[in-house]
Design a binder for this molecule. Structure first.
Ligand SMILES: [Zn+2]
Length: 250
Protein backbone atom coordinates (compact mmCIF):
# COMPACT_ATOMS: atom_id res chain seq x y z
CA UNK A 1 0.00 0.00 0.00
CA UNK A 2 1.14 3.53 -0.70
CA UNK A 3 1.81 5.31 2.56
CA UNK A 4 1.28 8.78 1.13
CA UNK A 5 -1.96 9.45 -0.71
CA UNK A 6 -2.31 12.33 -3.14
CA UNK A 7 -5.32 14.37 -4.16
CA UNK A 8 -5.15 16.57 -7.25
CA UNK A 9 -6.96 19.88 -6.88
CA UNK A 10 -7.57 21.61 -10.23
CA UNK A 11 -6.70 25.31 -10.13
CA UNK A 12 -6.62 28.27 -12.54
CA UNK A 13 -7.08 27.13 -16.17
CA UNK A 14 -5.14 23.88 -16.18
CA UNK A 15 -2.88 23.79 -13.10
CA UNK A 16 -2.87 21.08 -10.48
CA UNK A 17 -2.28 21.66 -6.79
CA UNK A 18 -1.43 18.46 -4.92
CA UNK A 19 -2.54 17.73 -1.40
CA UNK A 20 -0.61 14.90 0.23
CA UNK A 21 -1.83 13.00 3.25
CA UNK A 22 0.09 10.65 5.48
CA UNK A 23 -1.17 7.19 6.46
CA UNK A 24 -3.21 8.50 9.41
CA UNK A 25 -4.76 11.23 7.19
CA UNK A 26 -4.00 13.85 9.80
CA UNK A 27 -0.77 15.33 8.50
CA UNK A 28 -0.90 16.90 5.09
CA UNK A 29 1.40 18.74 2.72
CA UNK A 30 1.03 20.74 -0.47
CA UNK A 31 2.88 20.83 -3.74
CA UNK A 32 2.58 24.11 -5.69
CA UNK A 33 -0.26 26.09 -4.09
CA UNK A 34 -1.43 27.99 -7.18
CA UNK A 35 -4.46 29.38 -5.37
CA UNK A 36 -5.56 29.39 -1.75
CA UNK A 37 -9.32 28.87 -2.26
CA UNK A 38 -9.36 25.23 -3.48
CA UNK A 39 -6.94 24.25 -0.72
CA UNK A 40 -8.91 25.96 2.04
CA UNK A 41 -12.09 24.36 0.71
CA UNK A 42 -10.51 20.89 0.67
CA UNK A 43 -9.16 21.37 4.21
CA UNK A 44 -12.60 22.53 5.37
CA UNK A 45 -14.18 19.36 4.04
CA UNK A 46 -11.39 17.03 5.14
CA UNK A 47 -9.48 18.70 7.95
CA UNK A 48 -5.79 18.07 8.31
CA UNK A 49 -2.70 19.64 9.80
CA UNK A 50 -0.58 21.26 7.11
CA UNK A 51 3.04 20.46 7.94
CA UNK A 52 4.91 21.26 4.72
CA UNK A 53 4.68 23.14 1.44
CA UNK A 54 6.85 22.08 -1.49
CA UNK A 55 7.45 24.44 -4.40
CA UNK A 56 8.74 23.22 -7.75
CA UNK A 57 9.58 26.62 -9.23
CA UNK A 58 8.95 30.35 -9.04
CA UNK A 59 6.26 30.83 -11.71
CA UNK A 60 3.23 32.61 -10.31
CA UNK A 61 0.73 29.98 -11.45
CA UNK A 62 2.48 27.55 -9.08
CA UNK A 63 2.64 29.65 -5.94
CA UNK A 64 -0.02 32.36 -6.28
CA UNK A 65 -1.87 31.14 -3.19
CA UNK A 66 1.20 30.90 -0.96
CA UNK A 67 0.97 34.26 0.86
CA UNK A 68 -2.72 33.91 1.64
CA UNK A 69 -2.25 30.35 2.91
CA UNK A 70 0.55 31.36 5.24
CA UNK A 71 -1.54 34.27 6.52
CA UNK A 72 -4.56 32.08 7.13
CA UNK A 73 -2.92 28.91 8.42
CA UNK A 74 0.11 30.29 10.20
CA UNK A 75 3.74 29.45 9.57
CA UNK A 76 4.39 26.25 7.64
CA UNK A 77 7.85 25.22 6.41
CA UNK A 78 8.10 26.25 2.76
CA UNK A 79 10.52 24.07 0.78
CA UNK A 80 11.95 25.37 -2.46
CA UNK A 81 15.07 25.59 -4.53
CA UNK A 82 18.05 27.41 -3.06
CA UNK A 83 18.53 28.84 -6.56
CA UNK A 84 15.11 30.52 -6.24
CA UNK A 85 15.46 31.84 -2.71
CA UNK A 86 16.02 35.43 -3.85
CA UNK A 87 12.86 35.44 -5.96
CA UNK A 88 10.68 33.44 -3.53
CA UNK A 89 11.25 35.12 -0.16
CA UNK A 90 8.77 32.74 1.55
CA UNK A 91 11.17 29.80 1.18
CA UNK A 92 12.22 28.78 4.69
CA UNK A 93 13.79 25.41 3.77
CA UNK A 94 16.13 26.00 0.81
CA UNK A 95 16.98 22.76 -0.97
CA UNK A 96 19.80 21.63 -3.19
CA UNK A 97 19.98 18.67 -5.52
CA UNK A 98 19.73 15.40 -3.60
CA UNK A 99 18.61 16.97 -0.31
CA UNK A 100 16.44 14.73 1.84
CA UNK A 101 12.94 15.72 2.81
CA UNK A 102 10.56 13.94 5.14
CA UNK A 103 6.78 13.88 5.23
CA UNK A 104 4.55 11.73 7.46
CA UNK A 105 7.42 9.46 8.38
CA UNK A 106 8.47 8.90 4.78
CA UNK A 107 11.77 9.99 3.29
CA UNK A 108 11.80 11.80 0.01
CA UNK A 109 14.34 13.64 -2.07
CA UNK A 110 14.52 16.93 -3.96
CA UNK A 111 16.09 16.82 -7.40
CA UNK A 112 17.32 19.88 -9.23
CA UNK A 113 15.97 19.46 -12.76
CA UNK A 114 16.81 22.65 -14.68
CA UNK A 115 15.47 23.42 -18.14
CA UNK A 116 12.04 25.02 -17.68
CA UNK A 117 13.62 27.31 -15.07
CA UNK A 118 17.12 27.22 -13.67
CA UNK A 119 16.00 26.41 -10.11
CA UNK A 120 13.29 23.87 -10.91
CA UNK A 121 12.91 21.05 -8.38
CA UNK A 122 11.15 17.70 -8.61
CA UNK A 123 10.19 15.82 -5.46
CA UNK A 124 10.40 12.07 -5.24
CA UNK A 125 9.00 9.79 -2.53
CA UNK A 126 10.41 6.36 -3.43
CA UNK A 127 8.51 4.22 -0.91
CA UNK A 128 5.11 5.50 -2.06
CA UNK A 129 6.36 5.79 -5.64
CA UNK A 130 5.25 9.41 -6.15
CA UNK A 131 7.07 11.92 -8.32
CA UNK A 132 6.03 15.57 -8.38
CA UNK A 133 7.47 16.81 -11.64
CA UNK A 134 6.18 20.40 -11.81
CA UNK A 135 6.67 21.86 -15.29
CA UNK A 136 9.50 19.50 -16.25
CA UNK A 137 7.69 16.34 -17.30
CA UNK A 138 4.08 16.41 -18.53
CA UNK A 139 1.78 13.74 -19.90
CA UNK A 140 3.23 13.00 -23.37
CA UNK A 141 5.22 16.22 -23.20
CA UNK A 142 7.63 18.43 -21.30
CA UNK A 143 7.94 22.03 -20.14
CA UNK A 144 9.06 24.91 -22.30
CA UNK A 145 12.63 26.09 -22.07
CA UNK A 146 12.37 29.44 -20.32
CA UNK A 147 15.70 29.59 -18.52
CA UNK A 148 17.56 26.49 -19.60
CA UNK A 149 19.09 24.84 -22.61
CA UNK A 150 17.82 21.84 -24.52
CA UNK A 151 20.77 19.93 -23.15
CA UNK A 152 19.83 20.69 -19.55
CA UNK A 153 16.19 19.78 -20.05
CA UNK A 154 17.09 16.60 -21.88
CA UNK A 155 19.39 15.58 -19.04
CA UNK A 156 16.71 16.42 -16.45
CA UNK A 157 14.12 14.33 -18.28
CA UNK A 158 16.49 11.42 -18.72
CA UNK A 159 17.16 11.49 -15.01
CA UNK A 160 13.43 11.34 -14.22
CA UNK A 161 13.00 8.53 -16.77
CA UNK A 162 15.50 6.50 -14.74
CA UNK A 163 12.82 6.01 -12.07
CA UNK A 164 10.87 2.73 -11.97
CA UNK A 165 8.08 2.18 -14.52
CA UNK A 166 5.43 2.04 -11.80
CA UNK A 167 6.31 5.55 -10.56
CA UNK A 168 3.24 7.78 -10.43
CA UNK A 169 3.87 11.20 -11.87
CA UNK A 170 1.96 14.22 -10.65
CA UNK A 171 2.74 17.07 -13.05
CA UNK A 172 1.99 20.78 -12.92
CA UNK A 173 -0.55 21.08 -15.73
CA UNK A 174 -3.23 19.11 -17.54
CA UNK A 175 -1.68 19.43 -20.99
CA UNK A 176 -1.90 15.78 -21.96
CA UNK A 177 -4.44 16.06 -24.76
CA UNK A 178 -2.59 18.76 -26.70
CA UNK A 179 0.68 16.94 -26.08
CA UNK A 180 -0.73 13.69 -27.47
CA UNK A 181 -1.82 15.49 -30.65
CA UNK A 182 1.72 16.72 -31.17
CA UNK A 183 3.28 13.38 -30.19
CA UNK A 184 1.26 11.61 -32.90
CA UNK A 185 2.75 13.87 -35.57
CA UNK A 186 6.32 12.86 -34.70
CA UNK A 187 5.74 9.22 -33.68
CA UNK A 188 2.88 8.20 -35.99
CA UNK A 189 3.62 4.46 -36.04
CA UNK A 190 3.61 4.05 -32.26
CA UNK A 191 0.52 1.88 -31.69
CA UNK A 192 0.51 2.39 -27.94
CA UNK A 193 0.60 6.16 -28.44
CA UNK A 194 -2.33 5.98 -30.86
CA UNK A 195 -4.24 3.91 -28.32
CA UNK A 196 -3.37 6.40 -25.57
CA UNK A 197 -4.74 9.28 -27.60
CA UNK A 198 -7.94 7.35 -28.29
CA UNK A 199 -8.49 6.53 -24.63
CA UNK A 200 -7.61 10.01 -23.41
CA UNK A 201 -9.83 11.32 -20.58
CA UNK A 202 -9.16 13.93 -17.93
CA UNK A 203 -7.75 14.00 -15.34
CA UNK A 204 -4.71 12.20 -16.70
CA UNK A 205 -2.76 12.40 -13.43
CA UNK A 206 -1.20 10.42 -12.02
CA UNK A 207 0.76 9.57 -15.14
CA UNK A 208 2.59 6.28 -15.15
CA UNK A 209 6.32 6.39 -15.88
CA UNK A 210 6.31 3.19 -17.93
CA UNK A 211 3.68 4.58 -20.28
CA UNK A 212 5.54 7.90 -20.55
CA UNK A 213 8.74 6.07 -21.50
CA UNK A 214 6.88 4.24 -24.26
CA UNK A 215 4.78 7.13 -25.61
CA UNK A 216 6.26 10.52 -24.61
CA UNK A 217 8.44 11.65 -27.55
CA UNK A 218 10.59 13.81 -25.28
CA UNK A 219 11.67 10.67 -23.40
CA UNK A 220 12.24 8.74 -26.62
CA UNK A 221 14.94 10.84 -28.26
CA UNK A 222 17.22 7.84 -28.81
CA UNK A 223 14.53 5.88 -30.69
CA UNK A 224 14.99 5.47 -34.47
CA UNK A 225 11.39 6.59 -35.08
CA UNK A 226 12.08 9.97 -33.47
CA UNK A 227 15.46 10.28 -35.17
CA UNK A 228 13.70 9.73 -38.49
CA UNK A 229 10.94 12.23 -37.70
CA UNK A 230 13.39 14.98 -36.74
CA UNK A 231 16.18 14.19 -39.16
CA UNK A 232 18.62 14.32 -36.24
CA UNK A 233 20.82 11.66 -34.74
CA UNK A 234 22.18 12.58 -31.31
CA UNK A 235 19.44 12.32 -28.68
CA UNK A 236 20.00 15.87 -27.45
CA UNK A 237 19.61 17.18 -31.00
CA UNK A 238 16.46 15.13 -31.44
CA UNK A 239 15.19 16.66 -28.21
CA UNK A 240 16.01 20.23 -29.28
CA UNK A 241 14.26 19.75 -32.61
CA UNK A 242 11.17 18.24 -30.95
CA UNK A 243 10.99 21.10 -28.46
CA UNK A 244 11.25 23.72 -31.21
CA UNK A 245 8.55 22.02 -33.26
CA UNK A 246 6.28 21.75 -30.25
CA UNK A 247 6.74 25.50 -29.57
CA UNK A 248 5.40 26.19 -33.07
CA UNK A 249 2.68 23.53 -32.98
CA UNK A 250 -0.94 24.53 -32.58
ZN1 LIG B 1 6.27 27.10 -15.03
Amino acid sequence: MRAITVRALPALDDNYIYLLRGPNEEECALVDPSQAAPILEELRRHPGRLVAIYLTHHHHDHLGGLKELLERLGPVPVHGSRVDQARIPEISVPLEDGDRISFAGEEGQAWLVPGHTRGHLAYHFPRSGHLFSGDTLFGAGCGRLFEGSAEQMHRSLQRLAGLPDETRIWCGHEYTRANLRFARTVDPDNAELAEREKRWAPPTVPLEMGLEKRTNPFLRCAEPALQRATGKCAPVEVFAELRQRKDRFS
